[in-house]
Ligand binder design. Structure first.
Ligand SMILES: Cc1cc2nc3c(=O)[nH]c(=O)nc-3n(C[C@H](O)[C@H](O)[C@H](O)COP(=O)(O)O)c2cc1C
Length: 370
């Protein structure tokens, strides 16, 4: 008999939000939205089926048309998008769940096909390695266009608008996506930000745009109590160069500044997202100690490692990503030690409700209350 994990299933108060356990569903892009960035009706089933997590974080959601980097991803800037998300939040709340929306701008991790042939934007014109997921399949990334200085404040306003739309859609809060080398992280890292204006150069300048975004979003939500942030200080993706000369100093300064906003949580991808838990020079407990809010640990966690991490006081909550794809009742499976189903990769991105909202629980179809 495996040891029964205990701490994971304890209630936790996150900011002002009471959670029924310490398990978080990590954000998972599933690429099933319309061309207009509207989530399908069956997204409400998918998220509601997983609402037994203490907290659900939505798939990354574009704050504007310019923000898009992947085909069929949802948005949160038009009335139709807000209306569709409202159906999702109602369904999650009907199950007693809590849900954050993840606010996303992909920056250079995009493709002209998503922008009517125009170049994606970035702090500097530096091409990322890898490929973009377009309507026409995978295509090599291109060299993006460096943003003009006066184009940056309007993007902060796009975040403000999207944060308001998320509020209107009934989310419990928003998570600012500042991880995985999307736009915010592209500004933070000294390899991807080679600007010479007030948004580049010294660390203080590289943090200016991300912190302007955090300020705007917290203003909309009445302070930091309903705002979290996701970071990936140890990541090396997309992999062509070391991202940062001194990632620990960079992220220590970032967390110090974030603490000043009284944010609800930092959601930390420890290591290289999905790939490994290699720390790459980051002292995660030290970063955690610098931050005033709660700490959500992520990346390749098992129930055993999660329990150990909580017991050692190195996290407040633990998030699981891939395990939630094929296990809508992941919380129950972790509690009972039941085997986990595996989702074939063909179902991860794109398609319809198959391989998405039709995964059964241990006892057959997941029955929703209400
Ligand atoms: C299919 C898929 C989609 C993902 N989409 C997002 C996303 O939209 N936003 C994000 O911050 N991370 C995203 N991630 C990363 C996960 O949130 C998580 O950090 C990663 O899978 C590691 O956690 P795990 O080992 O529990 O799966 C995605 C990962 C996968 C496998």
């Amino acid at each position: 008999m495996p040891d029964t994990p205990k701490l994971l299933f304890q209630p936790f108060t996150l900011g002002a939000l009471p959670l029924r356990n310490r398990i978080v569903m990590a954000p998972l892009t599933r690429s099933r939205s319309s061309e207009d960035g509207v989530v399908p009706d069956y997204a409400a089933d998918y998220y509601a089926q997983r609402a037994s997590a203490g907290l659900v974080v939505s798939e990354a959601t574009n704050i504007s048309a310019q923000a898009r980097g992947y085909a069929m991803t949802p948005g949160i800037w038009t009335p139709a998008q807000v209306e569709a998300w409202r159906r999702v939040t109602r369904a999650v709340h009907a199950q007693g769940g809590r849900m954050m929306l993840q606010l996303w701008h992909t920056g250079r991790i995009s493709h002209p096909d998503l922008h009517g042939g125009a170049l994606p934007v970035a702090p500097s014109a530096i091409k990322p390695g890898g490929q973009a997921f377009t309507q026409g399949g995978l295509k090599d990334h291109v060299t993006p266009r460096a943003l003009e200085t006066d184009e940056i404040p309007p993007i902060v306003e796009d975040y403000r608008h999207a944060a308001q739309c998320a509020k209107d859609a009934g989310f419990d809060g928003v998570e600012i996506h500042s991880a995985n080398n999307y736009l915010l992280e592209q500004f933070i890292r000294d390899s991807t930000n080679q600007r010479t204006d007030r948004y580049g150069g010294a660390l203080e300048n590289r943090l200016r745009f991300p912190l302007d975004v955090v300020r705007a979003v917290t203003e909309v939500w009445g302070g930091g109590e309903r705002v979290g942030i996701r970071i990936s200080p140890g990541t090396t993706q997309p992999g062509e160069t070391p991202l940062d000369n001194d990632p620990m100093a960079t992220y220590a300064a970032y967390l110090d500044a974030l603490s000043g906003f009284g944010l609800m949580y930092v959601h930390d991808i420890e290591g290289v997202t999905q790939m490994s838990r290699d720390a790459n020079g980051i002292d995660y407990p030290a970063l955690r100690r610098r931050f005033s809010g709660a700490y959500i640990a992520n990346n390749n966690y098992t129930a055993e490692l999660a329990e150990k991490t909580l017991a050692e006081g190195n996290a407040d909550l633990v998030s699981f990503g891939r395990p939630f794809i094929a296990n809508p009742d992941l919380v129950e499976r972790l509690r009972t030690g039941a085997p986990l189903a595996e989702a074939p990769k063909q179902y991860w991105y794109g398609g319809d409700s198959t391989g998405y909202s039709d995964w059964p629980g241990l006892r057959g179809p997941v029955r929703l209350a209400g």
